[in-house]
Every structure is written in structure tokens, then in C-alpha cells.
Design a protein around this ligand. Structure first.
Ligand code: IMP
Length: 424
């Protein structure tokens, strides 16, 4: 039976999904992105070179793997073309390898302006300012513009003009919006369309045909479960469904076709932007994690907030994603710590809370309750098989597996493609 795997982040994004997709890609014929847009920053390192992908699936650097940008994503043509140029500059032919859903919604220049305006108020989310929220906002308000709308230029112009006029009425003080013309916006879009049109297709049909042909498909999530619009720390979330359920909606592959769910987590926790973060560290330990883990946003360059692993949250995200196997990344960052803490429950008004909650008012006030593990004091990045790992490390791994009820199948021990240990 062919494998239809969802790969999803289990924290607040930046778990190292790009690298793991790159490592797993040789086992698959097709890799598809199902949500988000160029807010994602998926980093891959091989042959001593680093690449950051934002929209194109991380399977693109594996020979022959077909890459699909699914209907659930939001596409900024400018960012997409830039990325296509980066990939082709590496002598990768995109024809027959890249397919873009005609049903994906567009991010237009005014979406980025609105994103920036929204971020100036007191209800700031700390977004990537890539226009993600405003594009999904239009989608659900039923005035969004799909890729396929570009094929009908007159209708496209009418829709863009209506949307712009509406925005100008809501934000009359925005010079940037007022200076924007519907005709210019459409003309720019039509020029960009020429560069992408040969890749556009009905990807839901294509993917289902691939399934019938017996091909293996990897569905690549962006961001993480705690940023999910329903299951995350609302309103400090992204505007899509990074959780495994989003993979069906965002590709047109039905739930009964999914064979397994790979959940990725870092051995500690990070978060970019605003919102509660129970295990956040404000001391030298937090600084050391940030330094050793190079914790700066791959898309925005912003410093990431760092803290200990939160198993209360991880257990929850394993459940809502239906995780069948775990991949742990970046535990090598903890190599030098004499003691490693793991949060197993929260304390709220002197009472224990064992389950994660999406209620940010509660999350803001709970205190983490930690279990401490002895450090392993070993350079993990040099090791390549599970048996050679230090005992203290194996104790840490076993505890995580028992607590979450999910087995770890791979351990990533560094940024490079080669730094990976198969566990089971
Ligand atoms: P947006 O997705 O740009 O609207 O940002 C909403 C929230 O999601 C902000 O807190 C961002 O920092 C966060 N976010 C979006 N994309 C990523 C990502 O790829 N990694 C980590 N955080 C992200």
C-alpha cells in the first residue's frame, strides 16, 4: 500500500520541518504543502550550503520528487517567483516537478499593507507581515482572489478594484493604500502570471490520481499545532490549520487515505511573536539555548523566545494531530547543560493542571512544574547510531516517549542532511 504521510510541527513552528522533509523525501514520490504561505521558513543544509524555502515544498532538492503547492496555501506571486529563481539557479528544472493549485488564494500587495497596519495597534500578534492573515481573511469573507481568477482578467480587475475600494474606505488614512490602483495591481499580477502559469493545475485531481497510481505522498505542514487557528493559542496564531486535519482540507486528499502522521518537535521550545509561553526562560539558560540553537527567524530574522520542553503542550498536540511517530530535533543544542528541565504539568491558583488549554488568560498565569534530568555532556552532532548515544540521553528520550505515548523514530543532531539518527 502506498504511504500518504502528514508531517506536522507540534510546537510554535520552527521545529526543523524543512530538514526532516528533505531527509524523508527519497522515500516519497510527491511532497505537497497544504497551508500557510511565505511566512514559513524551511531551512535545508546540504553539501555545506544553506537554503531557506518559504513556499516551494522542501522535497524540491531531492531528484525526481514532484512538489505541489496545495489549495490550502496562500500564494504571493512575487515571493514565489523569487523562490523559483533560487531553485532554478541551482540547476533544478521545475517543469514537470512543480505544480501549483489553481484553487490557492493570492496574496496581493494590499494584503501586506493591511498586515503591517494591523500590527501597529495594541492588539499586535507579531506576524511575519507577509500578508497571510489578510489573505485568509478575504478567503473566508468570500471576496478572496484565487489563482484561477487570473485566467479571467476582466473579472479579476473588477474584484481587485472592489477589494481595494473597500479597504480604502476602512483605512482612509493609509497613504500606501490610497496610492494603490486596481489597474496597476492587476497589470503587475498579469505580468507575474506569465512566469507561473505553466505550473498551475487542479492539484486535488492530480494528487488523487497519484494516489490511484500507488505513489507515496508526503504532506508538508508549515508553522506548528500551537499556531493553529482552532487548536492554538488564539488570537496569537497564524490564520490556517498547520495540524494534520489541515492536510486533507489543504490538498483534497480525504482523511481515509492518510496512512501515518509524523510529528516534529524540538528538544526545547521556541516561539516568535506575541502570546503566552509557559516554559519561557528569561535568564542565561534561555540565552544559551538561543545562542547554541541559532534561534533567529528564518523568514524575518527576529530573535526567537526560548524555553524548556513543554510536555503538557506536546502531549496535547500529539493527540490532536493523531501522531503515529515523533521526530525530535535540536537536542544537540542541550549538550552542554548539566541539568535539563521538562514541564509535565501547570500550576494554576495552587492547583495542578495536567491538560493543555487554549485559554490564553489561563496560560498567561500558570506556572510550569518541572522534572529535571541529568545532562549528557556529549557532542551528539558527531554520533550516527542510536546505540552509541549516552545513557542520560536515552533516559530523556524514553521519558518523552512514555509521557506522550508516541515513539520517536528519528533524532536530528544538527542542521545538515547527514546529521540524523534512525531510532526504531
Ligand atoms: P502570520 O502567520 O505571519 O500571520 O503570523 C502569525 C503568528 O505566527 C506570529 O506569531 C508569527 O511569528 C507566527 N509564525 C508564522 N509563521 C511562522 C513560522 O514559520 N515559524 C514560526 N512562527 C511563525
Amino acid at each position: 500500500m502506498n504511504k500518504i504521510t502528514v508531517l506536522a510541527g507540534l510546537q510554535w513552528g520552527d521545529e526543523g520541518k524543512g530538514k526532516i522533509v528533505d531527509v524523508l523525501s527519497p522515500q516519497y514520490d510527491v511532497v505537497a504543502r497544504y497551508q500557510g504561505g511565505a511566512n514559513a521558513g524551511h531551512t535545508l543544509v546540504f553539501n555545506g550550503k544553506k537554503y531557506v524555502l518559504h513556499l516551494i515544498p522542501s522535497g524540491i532538492f531531492t531528484d525526481g520528487v514532484i512538489c505541489i503547492i496545495g489549495n490550502g496555501t496562500v500564494i504571493d506571486p512575487e515571493a514565489l517567483i523569487e523562490e523559483m529563481e533560487l531553485v532554478t539557479s541551482e540547476k533544478i528544472e521545475l517543469g514537470g516537478r512543480l505544480f501549483i493549485s489553481k484553487d490557492a488564494h493570492l496574496i496581493l500587495p494590499y494584503h501586506k499593507i493591511i498586515d503591517a497596519i494591523n500590527e501597529t495597534g495594541k492588539n499586535k500578534i507579531g506576524t511575519t507581515r507577509k500578508g497571510i492573515g489578510p489573505s485568509y481573511f478575504d478567503k473566508y469573507a468570500r471576496r478572496g482572489i484565487k489563482i484561477q481568477d487570473i485566467m479571467h482578467p476582466d473579472l479579476l480587475k473588477e474584484k481587485v478594484k472592489n477589494n481595494l475600494n473597500y479597504l480604502k474606505r476602512i483605512f482612509p488614512e493609509s497613504d500606501e493604500l490610497n496610492d494603490m490602483s486596481g489597474d496597476d495591481t492587476c497589470n503587475e499580477l498579469l505580468i507575474r502570471y506569465e512566469k507561473i502559469k505553466s505550473y498551475i493545475t487542479d492539484t486535488q485531481i492530480l494528487l488523487n490520481n497519484f494516489i490511484e497510481e500507488g505513489r507515496n505522498i508526503l504532506l508538508e505542514g508549515a508553522q506548528g499545532a500551537l499556531l493553529d487557528i482552532d487548536f492554538g493559542t488564539y488570537p496569537y496564531i497564524t490564520s490556517s490549520h498547520p495540524t494534520s486535519g489541515g492536510a486533507c482540507i489543504g490538498t483534497g486528499i480525504s482523511p481515509n487515505k492518510i496512512t501515518n502522521v509524523v510529528g516534529i518537535f524540538k528538544a526545547y521550545t521556541t516561539r516568535v511573536g506575541e502570546g503566552p509561553f509557559v516554559t519561557e526562560l528569561f535568564d542565561d539558560e534561555g540565552k544559551l539555548i538561543a545562542e547554541r540553537g541559532s534561534e533567529f527567524g528564518a523568514t524575518t530574522g527576529r530573535p526567537r523566545r526560548c524555553g524548556w520542553l513543554d510536555l503538557t503542550a506536546l502531549k496535547y498536540t500529539c493527540k490532536i494531530n493523531g501522531v503515529t511517530e515523533l521526530v525530535m530535533t535540536k537536542s544537540d543544542v542541550l549538550d552542554v547543560f548539566p541539568e535539563i528541565s521538562v514541564c509535565t504539568k501547570y500550576i494554576f491558583n495552587e492547583k495542578e493542571i495536567k491538560d493543555f488549554t487554549t485559554d490564553c488568560e489561563i496560560l498567561k498565569s500558570v506556572k510550569p512544574s518541572y522534572i529535571k534530568f541529568k545532562g549528557w555532556n556529549t557532542d551528539l552532532s558527531r554520533l550516527s547510531d542510536y546505540d552509541s548515544l549516552p545513557d542520560n540521553y536515552k533516559i530523556y528520550v524514553k521519558f518523552i516517549e512514555e509521557y506522550t505515548g508516541c515513539k520517536i523514530s528519528y533524532i536530528s543532531t544538527g542542521p545538515s542532511r547527514e546529521q540524523i539518527i534512525r531510532k526504531n
